[in-house]
Design a binder for this molecule. Structure first.
Ligand SMILES: [Mn+2]
Length: 465
């Protein structure tokens, strides 16, 4: 698949794909696979499983939230001689090499390498001059592996689902772009530009128009009542029970509805709303029959949900290619989770207090809020038009104390602002654990004091100064 018009590293990566595919193909005996529980990890794991099945290899597939010592030693302790890490491992080479014993290790990953591979076989775009955060996520690599040996374009199409999950399809470059282009060329994928209001093709019209959480628009996103009001206002003949969807609209109805929606959103008085925020590229999988699976963003949300709700095997099976009852069960979970997200976003928006126009504190300690949603809610808020230029910090009550989930805008991070340090400092001061990345970090601290919010705001402000 190498082409002279692509970055030079593609050639090297492609020969690594061939090498790893050959290695797995020639292995005699069981192959153990461990993958991450997010959308990219589950899609990659499902594709590796499909690939191993199609070449007649026996395998055992596990998922994990973190690569802790316990998880690592249990995985390396499994029978069989070959262990494959997917969407994790590159940053833990020291521990893996230290604990591998006589096991052969293969890593299919796109995170930064913590040291020299030293006898570990690694498939990673970082080794070929690419930024693995921006291109060549684990699903893309697994898709290439499967396609390499089987020629089945399903691998290319579904690998895009994991890429959507890791945010590599918003502006696809290098390896990810190569796979997208190939999938389009093979006729399995199609790229369409459309308004975010028309992103869901399966839901009743009034739910569909407020469906997309990207960007999150307070008093609009996820609000069925607002959706119904706007459909009525547009004069379209509509009854929520008659099953009309976005696809049933003719051009005239579509334009009338669009006009009403844009007018309503403009009336919400949101700063910095650009028309471009409301239009996106959507990648469609042409071979999928179910509308939720046809759209890679929704497919990715579906898989992500299975992991977040502790039902990873459903996500793995979806990526592998199982349909029917597995799709139904995943959709039930998805709808349940969406209802919670919509409810919690409203709650968060009402509770948000903004300090000095830079820090948004969302204190949900006194609310009926499930702390497992903290990261999801703070991420959506931080990408919303209202809060995208703020440091967002969400506080929730959890079993072990107060859980903090923090997100920083990119412009501050580029100037050296580091949330992980703030979370570490706070967790030292309030005896807990904390850390993460410069853009996204968290902490769980013990007890709670009346001055906690004030101290958090002070901690952020001192780092900004
Ligand atoms: Mn990933």
């Amino acid at each position: 698949m190498a082409s002279s018009s692509l970055a030079p590293g593609i050639q090297g990566l492609t020969s690594d794909v061939e090498r790893v595919a050959e290695r797995l193909h020639s292995h005699d005996g069981i192959i153990n696979v461990l993958t991450h529980y997010d959308a990219d990890g589950l899609v990659a794991g499902g594709l590796v499983a499909r690939f191993l099945s199609s070449i007649g290899r026996e395998f055992l597939l596990r998922t994990t939230v973190d690569l802790t010592d316990d998880v690592l030693s249990s995985f390396l302790g499994l029978g069989g001689r070959l262990n494959v890490f997917v969407d994790l491992g590159s940053g833990d080479l020291d521990r893996i090499i230290g604990m591998r014993g006589d096991k052969e290790v293969v890593i299919i990953d796109h995170h930064k390498l913590s040291r020299e591979p030293d006898g570990v076989t690694i498939l990673n775009p970082e080794l070929h001059g690419f930024d693995g955060g921006a291109t060549g996520c684990a699903s893309i690599l697994s898709g290439l592996l499967g396609y390499q040996l089987t020629g089945d374009p399903y691998f290319l199409g579904v690998s895009l689902v994991g890429a959507a999950g890791d945010m590599q399809l918003i502006n696809p470059v290098d390896v990810t772009k190569m796979v997208l282009d190939k999938a389009v060329e093979m006729g399995v994928a199609e790229v369409r530009k459309d308004f975010i209001f028309f992103a869901s093709h399966s839901l009743p019209l009034h739910k569909a128009i407020t469906w997309s959480f990207n960007p999150y628009i307070p008093n609009f996103t996820g609000r069925d009542d607002v959706g119904l009001m706007l459909v009525k206002r547009s004069g379209i003949d509509y009854d929520p029970s008659n099953g009309r969807t976005v696809d049933s609209l003719n051009d005239l109805e579509r334009n009338r509805l669009l006009e009403v929606i844009v007018q309503y959103i403009a009336g919400l008085g949101i700063r910095d709303l650009r028309p471009g925020d409301l239009i996106r590229n959507f990648v469609v999988l042409r071979f999928e029959e179910h509308p939720l699976l046809r759209h890679v963003d929704e497919f990715a949300n579906l898989v992500n949900t299975t992991g977040r709700m502790g039902e990873e095997r459903l996500g793995l099976l979806l990526a592998y290619g199982v349909r029917g009852g597995v799709v139904d069960r995943a959709i039930e979970l998805y709808m349940e989770r969406r209802r919670f997200i919509a409810k919690y976003l409203e709650m968060a928006d009402r509770s948000a207090k903004i300090y000095d126009d830079t820090v948004a504190i969302v204190d949900l300690r006194g609310h009926d809020f499930n702390p497992r949603f903290s990261g999801t809610i703070s991420t959506i808020l931080s990408r919303s038009l209202k809060y995208q230029d703020k440091v967002v910090i969400l506080l929730a009550r959890s079993e072990r104390g107060v859980k903090l989930s923090a997100r920083a805008p990119r412009h501050l991070v580029e100037k050296g602002f580091n949330l992980a340090e703030i979370m570490r400092d706070l967790s030292k001061r309030f005896s807990g654990i904390g850390g993460g990345h410069n853009v996204a970090a968290g902490a769980t601290i013990e007890g709670s004091t009346d001055t906690l919010v004030k101290e958090i705001v002070e901690a952020v402000k001192s780092r900004l100064g």
